[in-house]
Structures are given as C-alpha cells and as structure tokens.
Design a protein around this ligand. Structure first.
Ligand code: SF4
Length: 429
C-alpha cells in the first residue's frame, strides 16, 4: 500500500466553542488503567460525588475487589479542621497494609482536592519516601476542572515519565494503554517486521517499566496523549508522527512510519501484513455496506473523533458533517487531518446547546455522543453511538478493524430493524 495523497483538512478553519460541556472528567480513565496496570492502585482524593462517578462508570467491576477507591474528603477536611495530609498518610498506610500486591500507588486529584488546594504532589513525595522501595507513590489530577475523560490517562502516563529510568538504547516505546490482547498482537506484528526492541508505557507491572533517553523513539497509539508526549520529549525521546492505528489503512501507515524509523522499507511492512490487512479489509467491508453514504456527526468526547472520522470516511464510505473534539493538538492530529477530505466542520471545545442546534438542523444518520445525550437524541428520532464504548472496546490494529466498523453499523442496523417492525407492532395494538 502506498501512502495516499493528502487531500487535506489540516488548514481548515476550526470552530472554537467554550460553554456548557457534556463530558466525563478524567477520573473515568481509572476504569481502564487499573485493569492494564496489574500492580497499581488508584486512590482518588475526592468527595462522594467522585466515588459515585467511579461506581457508576465501573458498573459490575466494583464487586471484583478493584484496585481503585476514593479517600473521601469530609466536611472537617474541607473546613480545614483536620490535617488532611495526616489523614491521607493514615489511609494509605491502612490500604498498603491490607493489599501487599500494590507496587504503584496513584494519588488522583479531583475538583474538591484542587479547590481546597490540597497538595497531593507533596503527599506523593512524602509517601513514596515512606513506602520505598516496595511501593512507588505518584500523583496526577483527574479533576473535571483540569481534565476531560481520556485526558485522565494522559495525566497518569505523563506523571510516570519523570520517574522512568534513564536508557541509552535505541528502543521503540509504544505509548498508550491498549488491552493486553491488542498489545500482544501489536508486539507480534512489530517483531515480524523487524522492529526491536519494543517497550510499553504503561507497562503491565512496575518491574517492567521502560527506560527513556535521547535514543528512545516513541509512537502514540492514542490521540489524546499530548502531555505524555511532551513529557517524553522533555526526557530526550522523539515522537514518530503517524496516523493512528485504526482500520487497515491507519494501521498500515502507523506501522510504516515506525518501520521507517528503524530503517525498514515499506515493502517489508506490506509483505508481513498482507494477511491481516486482507482480513481487516474483508471484516470492514461487511459493516461498510450499512455505513456507506451515511452522514455522521461527532460531538466532542474522547479526542478519538478525528482518527475515527478519518477511518469511517475513507474505509467505510461515510460522510462526516461535523467532527467535534474536546482538544485539537495540531501536531498530533495533523497526519490524520491530512487524510480527511475537505468538507466537514471541525470544532474544538463545546457549547452543548449550540452544538445540539447544529445536530438537529443537520439530522445526521448517526451522532456520536456521550451517554447523557444519547437517549434524548434517540427520542428525537436520531440514531446515536455512545462514545464511551469506543474507549472500553478493543478497536486498534488490523484484527479489531471489523469490530470498530461494526460498532458504528450496529445502531443503524438496529434502527432499520425497528423501523421495519414498527408497523406490525402498531397493527397488533
Ligand atoms: S473530579 Fe470533579 S467532575 Fe470528576 S467526579 Fe469528582 S467532582 Fe465530579
């Protein structure tokens, strides 16, 4: 496969909106991060609201002794009547005493801890010294004031970068929390192509944490890792610019960019990936029958919107009306924007009422949005796709390309099915 000629959305004007938003805060990242990092614990320093958010987002997972919890700030903490730092020390000591499997402890800041200016950075330093070498204590903010949804992962990974050991080896760092099965497939592909050695951030276990240095090159697997990318660059590492590995085309271009960095020709990538590429194209074509010609509207949610719009327009034949993203990092999203044909409106940030007016005026065939908007829009006769599923479902690289397309085809198929049945249901009444 040769690199397609850029058709270009990179220089398109971007509608920037600031107003009421309908998004998750960064605490939600804990739900997938705690599964990935098998010896880590995430302790949110927050209020009952934060605890409830995690409980509802985690669903049934909360019954499986998960590795996350909330140290709830009580009124006396908020009023400054208790020494919150001393209480935190006590909570952490109790937790570590009970859970000997914990090697990394993340103190996660929230809106309440930020508003009362509780210095969790200082707490992390003190607790790290107290519990070293068995447990490393780090901190980051997942608050709704500072972070939107997937930015929680970005903040978490960025917090790990300064404490990675120094490395002077030329290594590829795979950056982004992928489900283990997808990570294994990717490592297998890179190995077959001849890219070696490869390390992962985050590593599954603390003992496998990668090193970083001026010979490190890294490839993002997620588009929302701007802070992590900047932190790695500050450690001397270099980012490989590429489209993201969604769909057959994105995956191939991503692999070719990585291979080029290691002096491996694109033909090698084509040869090695011929079979999975064909499987991906076949799997995508099944769903594309439903998607072709359909108009899609992305509300901002996860920063996955731009790469997904590229995949859906180029490989599934959809037409994008608006591609909304919470943040647009031109450097990171640039290679994707180059591939999206000019036409869709690009928007950054949100004023939800204005955006809903645009959705209603456009009446797209499919609207990608958060859970809070999906059912109300369905009730207005608009088909929706919950954006959160795109973060919880394995969607990267060749083997998942068909599933990714199917996620978008399903709501359209369901709607068509219900439309066909509706007259009969009415007749039965
Ligand atoms: S961090 Fe802020 S936005 Fe998130 S649940 Fe807690 S209070 Fe709400």
């Amino acid at each position: 496969m040769t690199a397609p000629t850029p058709t270009g959305c990179r220089d398109a004007p971007v509608l920037k909106e600031r107003g009421q938003r309908e998004v998750f805060c960064g605490l939600t990242g804990i739900i997938w991060l705690h599964r990935k990092m098998q010896d880590a614990f995430f302790l949110v320093v927050g209020s009952r609201t934060c605890a409830h958010l995690l409980q509802s987002a985690a669903g049934v997972m909360i019954f499986a002794e998960p590795r996350f919890g909330t140290a709830i700030l009580e009124e006396k903490d908020l009023a400054g009547m208790a020494d919150a730092q001393a209480e935190l020390d006590r909570e952490v000591a109790r937790l570590l005493d009970r859970r000997h499997d914990i090697r990394r402890l993340f103190l996660v800041g929230s809106c309440p801890s930020e508003v009362i200016k509780l210095d969790i950075g200082k707490a992390a330093e003190r607790l790290s010294a107290a519990h070293a070498p068995h447990v490393q204590v780090l901190n980051y903010s997942g608050s709704g004031i500072e972070t939107t949804f997937t930015e929680g992962e970005d903040a978490c990974l960025a917090a790990m970068v300064p404490v990675l050991s120094e490395s002077d080896r030329k290594e590829l760092l795979l950056v982004g929390a992928l489900p283990d099965v997808v990570e294994d497939q990717t490592l297998g592909l890179l190995d077959a192509i001849g890219v070696t050695p490869v390390r992962c951030l985050p590593a599954r276990r603390a003992a496998e944490a990668p090193g970083v240095g001026s010979k490190t090159v890294f490839a993002l697997t997620q588009p929302f890792l701007g802070e992590t990318s900047a932190a790695l660059v500050r450690r001397g590492a270099r980012r490989i610019a590429a489209p993201f590995p969604f769909g057959a085309e994105g995956t191939t271009l991503w692999l070719k960019a990585v291979a080029a960095e290691f002096g491996i020709a694109p033909e090698v990538v084509d040869r090695v990936t011929a079979a999975p590429r064909a499987r991906a194209a076949k799997a995508v074509s099944g769903a594309a029958e439903t998607l072709r010609g359909k108009r899609i509207f992305f509300m901002p949610d996860s920063q996955l919107e731009i790469p997904l719009a590229r995949f859906l327009t180029r490989e599934c034949g959809m037409q994008a009306i608006e591609i909304g993203t919470p943040y647009l990092h031109t450097a990171i999203h640039g290679p994707e924007l180059d591939l999206i044909e000019a036409g869709p409106r690009l928007s950054e940030g949100q004023d939800v009422d204005l955006q809903l007016d645009r959705v209603r005026a456009a009446r797209p065939d499919l609207t990608v949005c958060g859970l809070g908007l999906a059912n109300p829009l369905e009730a207005e006769g608009l088909a929706t796709k919950w954006a959160i599923e795109l973060v919880f479902t394995p969607i990267h690289f060749y083997e998942q390309a068909g599933d990714l397309a199917a996620l978008f085809a399903r709501p359209l198929r369901r709607r068509a099915l219900l439309d066909r049945r509706a007259p009969r249901l009415e007749a039965a009444e």
